[in-house]
Design a protein around this ligand. Structure first.
Ligand code: SAH
Ligand code: SF4
Length: 374
């Protein structure tokens, strides 16, 4: 609920509407999880709310996996049922934003009044659905199928839970959000965009530090293009193949919305000054990582006429997925070939591979007896 909705809930029980702001402050800024702990409200009111069954009901981190590279992967439980999603914390960012205008200023490490060394930057990878219905052949999340949509509160609540765990000072620490966790955000559009509104208006994060990634859901991109800039994240499109023929194979959704339809929709997004669209490109060994593919991708990006950059991601392995990770040499040759064609290109460093936290590895895992996620 946003300030207005919380105010309405107070009005409905005969309390002052402006109490909604106090409650929003407590939930989203102070990150209080318990109605009784909201000391800005009078004690009698807190007692009454509690007795009436009001609760903050923020999603809970129920399990943490820590990578040798500092990445943390969380199992987070919503409120409606026992289902969990995964959220990833990447200190120092995930490099996905490399080359974006928002990141060109070097923000040095500073020390806060409390003597705490501020984070220079970090990225939180956020889930939008439990599982995913899109069925990309290289992605582990696809194996789950779609179990259900997350609510707006569950999407935003995931972020608040992680901000809280990490003691992030919003407005001071440089935290980026990427909607690149489990699920296809544009197949849960209403809840996704409501969550963004909560994160911008109530939590205080900037939409220019958020990126949403889509597999190319055209009606979703069309709606996204209509959003006001004050709440619109940046857009990334999972291209992942040099042409429709290969894309049909690795991303069957391409048969419904082929590359050209996706690019046409993306053109309708009115970019901010210096903003660029990102094409994500997963390099599948032998399948999408050949030099001739790089030439095709460059042509495609140029033909789009869009200010764009390409983020390369070497495929991260998952059990039962019949692809291979490209060789370091193939990745390098591909990157140089794109660069030589004049396309801005960045290589994303895999984060948390050892704990199954890297791109495409998010799937509810069970603990084995030796403690390894499987
Ligand atoms: N559903 C959205 C967002 C989540 S996936 C989308 O597909 O865009 C986030 C990114 O991870 C996508 O670019 C996807 O192509 C990539 N990805 C999926 N599986 C991967 C894997 N095994 N290795 C590397 N990247 C992968
Ligand atoms: Fe879904 Fe994205 Fe995975 Fe495709 S890559 S199955 S759209 S999460």
């Amino acid at each position: 609920m946003n300030v207005a909705e919380l105010g309405g809930a107070f009005a409905a029980i005969g309390e002052q509407t402006w109490r909604g702001r106090q409650l929003a402050e407590a939930i989203y800024r102070q990150r209080i999880v318990d109605v009784e702990g909201i000391t800005t409200l009078p004690k009698t009111l807190r007692k009454r709310l509690k007795a009436d069954g009001w609760s903050v009901a923020r999603p809970r981190i129920v399990q943490v996996f820590t990578s040798i590279d500092g990445t943390e992967r969380y199992l987070i439980q919503g409120c409606a049922d026992g289902l969990t999603v995964e959220t990833v914390w990447m200190p120092e960012g995930d490099e996905g934003e490399t080359g974006d205008s928002a990141e060109t200023v070097d923000e040095g490490v500073t020390t806060s009044q409390a003597g705490r060394v501020s984070l220079r930057r970090a990225t939180i990878c956020v889930s939008s659905q439990v599982g995913c219905a899109v069925n990309c052949q290289f992605c582990l999340t696809a194996k789950l199928g779609l179990q259900r949509n997350l609510s707006a509160g569950e999407i935003a609540g995931q972020v608040v839970a992680v901000l809280d765990r990490q003691g992030v000072e919003v407005g001071k620490d440089r935290v980026n959000l990427v909607f690149m966790g489990m699920g296809e955000p544009f197949l849960n559009y209403d809840n996704f965009i409501r969550a963004v509104r909560l994160l911008v208006e109530e939590v205080g994060l900037s939409p220019q530090r958020m990126t949403v990634s889509t597999s190319g859901i055209v009606p979703g991109i069309d709606r996204f293009a209509e959003e006001p800039q004050e709440i619109r994240p940046k857009l990334a499109i999972s291209l992942n193949a040099p042409n429709d023929e290969v894309r049909n194979e690795v991303m069957p959704i391409n048969r419904k919305w082929p590359i050209e339809a996706v690019v046409d929709a993306a053109r309708k997004v009115r970019l901010r000054s210096k903003e660029r669209l990102t094409f994500e490109y997963v390099l599948l060994g032998g399948v999408t990582d050949q030099p001739k593919h790089a030439v095709e991708v460059a042509r495609l990006v140029r033909r789009s006429g869009l200010p764009a950059k390409v983020n390369l991601i070497a495929w991260n392995p998952g059990p039962g997925i019949p692809y291979s990770t490209p060789s370091a040499e193939a990745v390098d040759v591909f990157r140089r070939a794109l660069g030589a064609e004049g396309v801005p290109v960045y290589l994303r460093r895999p984060r948390g591979r050892d704990i199954y936290a890297a791109c495409g590895q998010l799937k509810r895992t069970v603990e084995t007896t030796d403690g390894d996620p499987r």
